[in-house]
Ligand binder design. Structure first.
Ligand code: G6P
Length: 369
């Protein structure tokens, strides 16, 4: 087992660090930066159907559902196709409206999650075309779907999903870029820019991982918290959800992810001098709004730990702690922003003496209801 962990104390930390390669492995051979081409062999035959789709439904559970929610923002922006994201467990039981005109994308690391598998069978029985995004080759979901794209994250052992999440988003980005470009809803210029930037990501992931010691110091300050709030807007909102999920899964600290503007409709009541708030404040259209949210938290004595870009000016002056993230394109930023949140949770859990790789009551793959 020591050898399998490759010198890391836990699988989770090893898998967080593997994201330098796993994102690259997922795009390699599929994105040709020189020719500005994307080729996803597993779905090449149904690309025309996807281009003409009136609706896409994304289903998954846990972290895979969060990746799907990031995918909703990306797909709608690039392809202008309406997207619905649903928990597989809800979808399968609520008599959903689904027919032969629908494209369903099922996301699952293990490819064995019972609810996702049942939801796929339901969608297929109602005529929908179902595409899988799975990590495990030959898994039940990979076999049950009509077509699919594998994430090439490699085996994920830690129960809390990390590198599978970023690989799933990488696949969704490639799909959305390809469809948007074919449809003409994504400009040639932006399409090419995204393709180039995909190849810059591994170095940027590396730059974040180099901040591990600083992130550990922040973790030490907040390790005894009983609650935490994570805020993000736009496609950072699901990243906030994922950050909160990571913390509760492995450290057993109660945490909630919220779209930052919703804070005033509830969570702001919880903010006092004992509440750490992780705010995703990297550069995008929402930056100014997040700045005012941070001020609201501070006037109530909450502690702000902010993710900012290297060139940030305002938040660096306001927040108690900042973690600097290299700048990237808006719809690729979830791939970077989630990494410090994974590391924070990891360090907090280790400091609290928790079993990070096998948290209590959780299973890597939920094959029963
Ligand atoms: C379990 C795991 C999570 C995972 C979820 C969905 O709850 O502990 O890490 O996100 O199942 O699993 P899947 O294999 O379908 O992605």
């Amino acid at each position: 087992e020591k050898i399998e962990k490759g010198g890391f104390p836990h699988f989770m930390l090893k898998e967080i660090f593997e994201q330098v390669n796993s994102i690259y492995d997922t795009i390699r051979g599929r994105v040709n930066a020189e020719a500005s081409e994307i080729y996803l062999g597993g779905i090449s035959e149904i690309i025309p159907k996807m281009v003409n789709a009136h609706r896409i439904i994304i289903i998954g559970c846990g972290t895979s559902w969060h990746a799907g929610t990031v995918g909703e923002y990306i797909f709608e922006e690039f392809t202008r196709i309406p997207v619905e994201v649903e928990y597989a467990s809800e979808f399968r039981y609520r008599n959903p409206i689904v027919d032969a005109n629908d494209i369903v994308i099922a996301i699952s690391q293990s490819g064995e999650t019972a609810d996702t598998l049942a939801a796929i069978k339901y969608a297929k029985a109602h005529g929908a075309t179902v595409i899988g995004i799975c990590n495990v080759v030959g898994s039940s979901i990979a076999r049950e779907t009509d077509a699919g794209v594998y994430t090439h994250a490699g085996p994920e052992i830690g129960v809390a999903s990390t590198k599978a999440f970023t690989a799933q988003i990488s696949v969704l980005v490639m799909m959305a870029l390809q469809i948007g470009h074919r449809k003409g809803t994504l400009s040639d210029e932006l399409y090419k820019k995204y393709i180039q930037e995909l190849y810059n990501l591994p170095d940027k992931v590396k730059a974040i991982l180099e901040k591990n010691d600083k992130i550990k110091e922040i973790a030490a300050i907040y390790k005894d918290s009983t609650n935490a709030i994570y805020l993000g807007r736009g496609c950072q909102f699901p990243v906030a959800l994922e950050g909160a999920l990571k913390l509760k899964e492995i450290s057993y600290i109660h945490a909630e992810g919220y779209p930052a503007a919703e804070m005033k409709h509830g969570p702001i009541a919880l903010i006092d001098e004992n509440m750490p708030v992780f705010a995703i404040a990297t550069n995008d259209n929402y930056y100014d709004k997040i700045v005012s949210n941070i001020k609201e938290i501070q006037s109530r004595k909450g502690h702000v730990i902010a993710l900012v870009n290297d060139n940030d000016t305002q938040v660096k002056k306001l927040a108690e702690h900042v973690i600097e993230i290299p700048e990237t394109l808006e719809y690729l930023s979830p791939l970077l922003n989630v990494i410090p949140l994974q590391l924070i949770s990891y360090h907090i859990a280790v400091m609290r003496g928790c079993n990070v790789d096998m948290p209590r009551n959780l299973a890597k793959s939920v094959t029963v209801e």
